[in-house]
Design a binder for this molecule. Structure first.
Ligand code: HEM
Length: 330
């Protein structure tokens, strides 16, 4: 039986016991167990177990001359089409857009089906909530409901006490206003990427997308008063009124030492680092959701000249997890 089906039919607890009995399988099944646990926590619904609520948009990607000096990627050799899926975090497709405690997400595909096809799956925080797949699995498992159908607060606290860095992302979000627009907040790709130019010179960078019209936020009170689905209407209105609906795609410059910093931490002085504008990304209109839903946004699908980290299990885990997830949603 396929392990994913086994997980579905026996439940996560059973598969954990099963995986412990077989070290080789335990290693191979971590990804499947993570996705299955995400699905369990989000009620086994048929949408994504993370960023479940979202909308697809069409966009244009306009690179700068500086981008071409840093990277030989065909994505930077001229203006390109792009596809963007904005989302609201969590596996709840009905989550209110005014919710403060969850991420806003942005999945980006530059130059679909072209030589520069490159994909980034980003959130509105510079850090992730876990630094490794094992920590992610433990984070999720600590939140599984017990026999009474409720999560065990003591278990969650024990996990948090032992893994304090898993609160960094939540603290970042809690310290900011609720995004008033999907294009009114910054997004980070979080992982360190390596740019390689035509001469073979390399540069470690972190991608940050800064909103062209500036950050726009709501205080907690105003956020609560907003309609549950205001983000899509806000962006449609912006597009109709030709107000700014785009981002500067920035590369925050780093060094080899920075690349070893876990995803739960920012780089030292990250906010004041020198950064280079690589492109402008302009949202141009609503797109059919099927364009964003029929295949995964794969963070490892990158045209040559841009590479993700080669030694980070968290980055390596993402594409396989998304590939499993898409087989379980419609
Ligand atoms: C820095 C790390 C990560 C970030 C920023 C991130 C962000 C996101 C975002 C924004 C989405 C929504 C994608 C969309 O709109 O299509 C998503 C989906 C998802 N994420 Fe992640 N993620 C990260 C790491 C991981 C890891 C390590 C796993 C599992 C091992 C994971 C599992 C998933 C799954 C299963 C989905 C649903 C994918 C689908 O059905 O298409 N993520 N993630």
């Amino acid at each position: 039986m396929n392990l994913a089906i086994l997980l579905r039919t026996t439940g996560v607890g059973a598969i954990c016991a099963f995986a412990q009995a077989s070290p080789a399988l335990a290693q191979n099944s971590t990804t499947e167990t993570i996705v299955e646990t995400m699905r369990t926590l989000s009620g086994k619904q048929s949408t994504r177990p993370s960023g479940a609520k979202g909308q697809c948009f069409a966009a244009r990607f306009t690179p700068t001359a500086e981008a071409r000096q840093l990277s030989k990627s065909p994505a930077f050799s001229g203006e390109r089409d792009a596809v963007v899926r904005f989302s609201v975090g969590s596996g709840n497709a009905k989550v209110s857009d005014g919710t403060k405690t969850v991420n806003r997400g942005m999945a980006l595909r530059i130059d679909p089906n072209g030589p520069g096809q490159s994909e980034f799956v980003m959130v509105n925080a510079p850090v992730n909530f876990v630094k490794s797949p094992d920590q992610m699995l433990a984070f999720l498992q600590a939140r599984l409901p017990g026999a009474d159908g409720k999560p065990d607060a003591a278990k969650i606290k024990a996990f948090t006490d032992a893994n304090p860095e898993t609160t960094n992302q939540g603290r970042f979000l809690a310290g900011r206003p609720v995004p008033a627009s999907w294009v009114g907040v910054s997004y980070w790709a979080i992982h360190p990427y390596t740019l390689t130019n035509a001469q073979g010179a390399t540069q470690i960078v972190k991608f940050k997308l800064s909103p062209k019209g500036g950050e726009v936020g709501l205080n907690d009170e105003d956020a609560k008063g907003k309609p549950a689905d205001f983000l899509v209407d806000e962006l449609k209105a912006r597009l109709a009124e030709k107000r700014p609906a785009g981002f500067d795609v920035m590369a925050i410059l780093g060094s080899a030492g920075d690349a070893a910093i876990p995803a739960t931490q920012t780089w030292p002085d990250e906010e004041t680092r020198r950064s280079v504008k690589l492109a402008e990304l302009t949202v141009t209109g609503l797109a059919e959701n099927d364009i964003c839903d029929r295949e995964i946004f794969d963070p490892t699908r990158l045209a040559e000249g841009v590479a993700g980290p080669t030694d980070d299990p968290l980055f390596a885990e993402r594409a396989p997890a998304y590939a499993i997830s898409i087989t379980q949603r419609n």
